[in-house]
Design a protein around this ligand. Structure first.
Ligand code: PEP
Ligand code: MG
Length: 758
């Protein structure tokens, strides 16, 4: 074999290309291929095994007995060939028979051969088969030869896939081996979905692996690297990369490191020298890195590997010109979207009717994409580690966020069981829909207002769909988060007016923008913000709005003008001290006076509310309550502050219970204070959307809940089945007794009373 690995590989590739272009059967091509490779590597034996019906079958050989072709079959993990396919790794042995996994097959007549080298034929990170060479003389193959084999295997994988010679998809030997077709994650948006895998960034289909003009391929790679580096440099501070700060910043640094890594560029260039196209060279280097990394069991390095994968994919997209996301390329029916992470605007690009669910490798409860997905009614499971490498485009997936599982490529039994649950679920939903016009009144006649949380223009439609009493929390920051630039006042006004029109007589409580901190706006980042260690407790919401009052003034005017002739409800987020509320209210009032001076048509009344999210505010309710028209308790933020437990930290997600005595006593005090001042109080956090928690809140005296639309049905069913008087007595007893397991006791009580908790 030639001393230059590149020249040797190129020589083989040129011959292979001729074979591939020839008009013969796939089998004839494979027969030719083993001849060429065996010849070039001066190996007595060269064989190709492919996975068919889940088993590795000898498809072509030079040197072994021809009678063995299509006869010798190895199950997964069996023999050296099985080992290579299962572990997707290379083996290079001077004495094959002494390897513990060696399995002798007499029909092949291989006993004469001592040395053995085999490489997996990989496609989409899975082994489609194995290419191996054997030698009489007991010597290890040289690194140069192994490299050539790997390059050839890469080219072969295209040939095999195109001719559909091997199983695809189902040949996931590695995944099946570990039985890992059930995965778990973090519950982000509840729901069930059945659909097929769609990658947000579609995998690149490499059409040509063998280069016609090596120099031209090199230029393509150089130019793609240039573009990629530009993108990475630009990415800091742009919306494309999400707006979550911390975690992403780290990823970005890693991206930068890889994008400028000399070693990476060099290896790709070497692969081009060996005769591959730019695309194939990038993929070839990626495969080699994957194989190496697989042998290192270090989670930190695995993460870095994912970063490198992302970047390699980006490079592939640039070089191949296949740039669009799945949304831009047209989404298939019943899609389950798979992504590392998504920005809210990216999610909004998808056709809601086709998108059934989203699975993210990252993601957190407070990420905007989660809030937007909830508004779109799309179930989301987050933190599903490595999902992108466990599934193929088009794979069937069942997701049940409530049970915290994703079933990948389910068996027909699993699918049937899931379908049953889905049907029951849909039936329930239909029952809830049927209840939509029934009043939300308890058995003993107490009326509990059920409103919905919203943030998108179309959300107002949910009011009719579920039969809600209004919008109890309109998160105005959504519009800001999904825009590439700061939404102009006119644009804001149009949105508010559309929402008010759609709501008709029902109230809409607009919350002024809750941005800053972890909801940073990309277009505000550069000049106005500094990194914060604790963004949730940082310069956000009303704090930012009062300091930069231009934003708030514009929003106040947009709201006032949009609500002309109607009652306007405005609510301020994250009020920590009464003066902040006062100042915010005064700001709106000033705009109102100014508009009046301009003879503009105004709202018939403005009702002001504060959100209680910061525990300190609870200590000064006597000062605040006389000034407000209503109070809304934001239990998402409130509980994270009460327990000092970051609401987006998955490790703490289940640690503290909304039904803990601390939270309930706290809420009880706040509700008593509101009653004493005659101020209506509601709850607008996620807590109120769960039936048992909602029941506890009603037991504390809450008569207004603002919840996610999907929860209106179940919560209404609960309300209609409960006796509020009895419930309040029970809650009082539980709080006074200092019970530790309130969840358990309330559940028991509800069951005994026949309350519908769904
Ligand atoms: C809350 O904190 O409970 C709340 C409703 O506001 P958000 O979830 O938007 O922070
Ligand atoms: Mg909040």
């Amino acid at each position: 074999m030639s001393s230059s690995p590149a020249a040797a590989a190129r020589q083989i590739l040129i011959s292979l290309q001729e074979v591939m272009a020839s008009r013969t059967s796939a089998q004839a091509k494979l027969n030719k291929v083993v001849e060429i490779i065996g010849e070039s590597l001066s190996s007595e034996v060269c064989s190709i095994y492919l996975v068919r019906d889940g088993v590795l079958e000898l498809f072509a050989t030079r040197g072994l007995k021809q009678e063995a072709v299509h006869v010798t079959r190895m199950s997964k993990g069996e023999g050296l060939v099985g080992l290579i396919a299962t572990n997707v790794e290379t083996l290079n042995l001077d004495e094959a028979a002494s390897h513990p996994d060696f399995s002798y097959r007499p029909e092949t007549g291989e006993d004469r051969f001592h040395s053995f080298a085999g490489v997996p034929i990989v496609r989409r990170e899975r082994a489609l088969g194995v290419l191996c060479v054997q030698h009489v003389e007991p010597r290890k193959y040289e690194e140069v030869e192994i490299e050539a084999l790997q390059t050839v295997a890469m080219v072969l994988s295209e040939l095999i896939a195109n001719a559909e010679l091997a199983d695809e998809g189902a040949t996931d030997m590695r995944v099946q081996e570990t039985g890992a077709n059930v995965m778990n994650g973090l519950q982000l948006v509840m729901g069930m979905a059945r659909g097929h895998v769609v990658f947000h960034q579609p995998r690149i289909h490499i059409e040509h692996t063998v280069a016609e003009d090596t120099e031209a391929e090199r230029q393509r790679v150089i130019s793609a690297f240039g573009k990629m580096r530009e993108q990475i440099d630009r990415m800091t501070g742009t919306a494309e990369f999400g707006v979550d700060g911390g975690e992403h910043q780290e990823v970005l640094e890693t991206y930068k490191m890889f994008a400028y890594d000399e070693g990476w560029t060099r290896r790709i260039n070497e692969a081009i020298d060996s005769g591959l196209t730019a695309e194939a060279a990038i993929e070839r280097v990626q495969q080699r890195t994957r194989m190496r990394m697989r042998q290192i069991d270090d989670p930190l390095l695995q993460d870095r590997m994912h970063d490198l994968e992302d970047l390699a994919n980006r490079l592939l997209r640039i070089v191949s010109g296949q740039l669009g996301t799945a949304a831009q390329l047209g989404l298939r029916q019943d899609a389950i979207l798979i992504a590392r992470n998504l920005g809210p605007a990216e999610l909004l690009e998808y056709d809601r009717r086709r998108l059934k669910g989203v699975i993210l490798e990252e993601g957190s409860l407070t990420a905007h994409v989660t809030i937007v997905a909830r508004a779109m009614g799309v179930p989301v499971l987050g933190r599903v580690r490595d999902i992108r490498h466990r599934v193929n485009e088009g794979d069937l997936i069942l997701m049940d966020v409530g049970s915290n599982v994703v079933l990948i490529r389910p068996t027909p039994d699993m699918d049937e069981a899931f379908e049953n649950r889905l049907t029951i679920n849909q039936k329930r939903r239909a029952e809830f829909t049927a209840m939509r016009d029934l009043p939300s009144v308890t058995q003993d006649g107490a009326r509990v207002e059920l409103m919905v949380n919203a943030g998108l223009r179309d959300d107002a439609q949910a009011l009719d769909l579920v039969g809600a009493d209004g919008i109890g929390l309109f998160r105005t920051e959504f519009q800001f988060l999904v825009s590439a630039t700061l939404p102009q006042r006119e644009k804001q006004q149009r949105l508010y007016k559309d929402v008010l029109d759609a709501a008709g007589d029902r109230p809409v409580i607009f919350r002024t923008v809750d941005i800053g901190g972890d909801k940073a706006l990309p277009y505000m980042r550069q000049d106005e913000e500094e990194e914060e260690d604790n963004p949730a407790m940082g310069w956000r919401a009303l704090r930012l709005a009062l300091d930069r009052d231009g934003l708030m003034k514009a929003q106040a005017r947009a709201l006032l003008e949009a609500a002309a002739g109607k009652i306007l409800h405005v609510m301020f987020p994250m009020v920590s001290e009464p003066w902040e509320y006062e100042e915010a209210r005064a700001l709106v009032e000033k705009q109102r006076a100014w508009l009046a001076g301009q003879k503009k048509k105004l709202p018939v009344a403005v009702r002001y509310g504060a959100m209680l999210e910061v525990p300190a505010l609870a200590e000064v309710l006597d000062l605040l309550l006389p000034r407000v028209d209503f109070l809304s308790i934001g239990t998402n933020d409130l509980t994270q502050f009460l327990f000092a437990a970051d609401r987006s930290n998955p490790r703490l997600a289940e640690r503290y219970d909304w039904l803990s005595i601390a939270i309930l006593r706290f809420l009880d005090r706040v509700i008593r204070a509101c009653e004493a001042h005659g101020v209506p109080v509601g709850v607008c956090g996620e807590m109120g959307g769960r039936t048992l928690e909602a029941m506890a809140l009603v037991g504390l005296g809450i008569r207004r809940l603002s919840i996610t639309p999907a929860s209106v049905g179940p919560v209404k069913a609960m309300i209609r089945s409960v006796d509020a008087g009895a419930l309040q007595t029970e809650m009082r007893a539980l709080l006074d007794s200092g019970a530790t397991d309130i969840r358990g006791q309330l559940t028991q009580w509800a069951e005994a009373q026949g309350i519908e908790l769904n």
